[in-house]
Design a protein around this ligand. Structure first.
Ligand SMILES: *Cc1c(COP(=O)(O)O)cnc(C)c1O
Length: 354
């Protein structure tokens, strides 16, 4: 009998049936968590850190239960992922049903309907009343990488602008886009070329109006790069990892307008702000902007690894056939979870309740 079989009967069931309470029955970490963390220290490299020193065995609604039976309030929420709740019953049921049907074919070998349905839902839900298409990937960083690939192919240009305090992921290109050295970049270079950094709007610190901050950004872009060389501007509508920075009113619309006038693809990285995180389905709606491309991940699939690039059909179609994709991108189990999570956002009043 494996450890998992032996434990199965004694583990609490996850999902919203877990008592929604804070309950400490040992000191933290308890003996069982301490033992697992000691094994982690010898089996897992130090670079893979953790924030809370407990080992999870169940999570549901808004609590995480650890290996010693402590029940903790889930402020981590899967790092901005489990917006519909951990183990949402519709998500869990959709995953189980799809896993029993088939776990994987690779969409690039044998396509299936759920991927198409997720694409249709994203095309419908994202801001902008124009023809859109979506491609699915595994992680936020992978979506960002693909948005840049698509923008470069569409424009025939190479330069990309990201912003002070921006966060876009941990792969090589997305490290280059990310602003913060520690812990994301330090010692991991060299980074991808043709990535430039500009100042965004940070009204709390710079005191500039949206129009003034946009003029500063645009001057930097025109002086230091030149619009003719610029494929894309990528920005989080509200910066997340950089410190929850809300731009001044009018800043984002002015940047979008400049991009449009200069043939530059405006990419909104909504990996963190998407799916109800700011009270709207997408933060772009709050600022009245319609990005050319939007990257999504985190809240998209109730905790399953899934990500997407959604955008104007003519930009999304720039790549030759076979130029976009990957072994697991849009995996059917993750797509089933996404359809259930999107259903929860739409039918359970989650935006109104945010
Ligand atoms: C988390 C995050 C990413 C990276 O997503 P991963 O799934 O961790 O690769 C990219 N952009 C933003 C804004 C994020 O918050």
């Amino acid at each position: 009998m494996s450890t998992i079989d032996a434990q199965a009967d004694t583990l609490p069931l996850g999902g919203p049936s877990l008592p929604q309470e804070r309950r400490l029955v040992t000191e933290l970490p308890g003996p069982r968590s301490a033992e697992i963390l000691a094994r982690k220290a010898s089996a897992v490299p130090a670079g893979v850190g953790h924030t809370v020193p407990v080992a999870a065995v169940a999570a549901g609604g808004g609590v995480v239960v650890d290996a010693d039976g402590n029940s903790l309030i889930d402020l981590g929420s899967g790092i901005a992922v489990t917006t519909v709740g951990s183990a949402h019953p519709k998500v869990a049921a959709a995953i189980a049903a799809q896993a029993a049907q088939f776990t994987h074919t690779c969409f690039m070998i044998s396509p299936y309907e759920s991927y198409v349905e997720v694409a249709e839902a994203l095309n419908r839900l994202t801001p902008g009343d124009f023809a859109k298409k979506s491609a699915l990937f595994n992680s936020g960083a992978e979506a960002v990488e693909n948005a840049i690939k698509i923008a470069r192919k569409h424009t025939g240009r190479q330069a990309v602008v990201a912003f002070d305090h921006g966060y876009h992921g941990r792969t090589n290109l997305t490290m280059a886009l990310t602003a913060k050295a520690m812990p994301y970049k330090s010692g991991f270079g060299p980074f991808a070329p043709e990535v430039y950094r500009a100042q965004a709007s940070y009204p709390f610190r710079d005191g500039l109006s949206g129009a003034e901050a946009a003029a500063r950004t645009i001057l930097q872009l025109e002086k230091q790069i030149g619009a003719d060389n610029l494929a894309a501007v990528i920005i989080e509508p509200i910066q997340g990892e950089g410190g929850f920075i809300v731009p001044a009113d009018g800043y984002l619309p002015a940047i979008v307008e400049w991009c449009r006038a200069n043939g530059v693809v405006f990419i909104a990285d909504e990996v963190q702000t998407g799916f109800g995180r700011t009270g709207a389905m997408f933060a772009s709606e709050i600022f009245g902007i319609e990005p050319d491309l939007i990257t999504t991940a985190k809240g998209i699939a109730g905790g399953m690894p899934l990500a997407a690039v959604t955008g104007r059909a003519e930009i999304m179609d720039a790549s030759h056939s076979g130029g976009l994709g990957g072994t697991y991108g849009g995996n059917p189990v993750a797509c089933a979870a996404a359809l259930a999570a999107i259903d929860a956002y739409e039918t359970e009043g989650l935006l109104e309740r945010a």
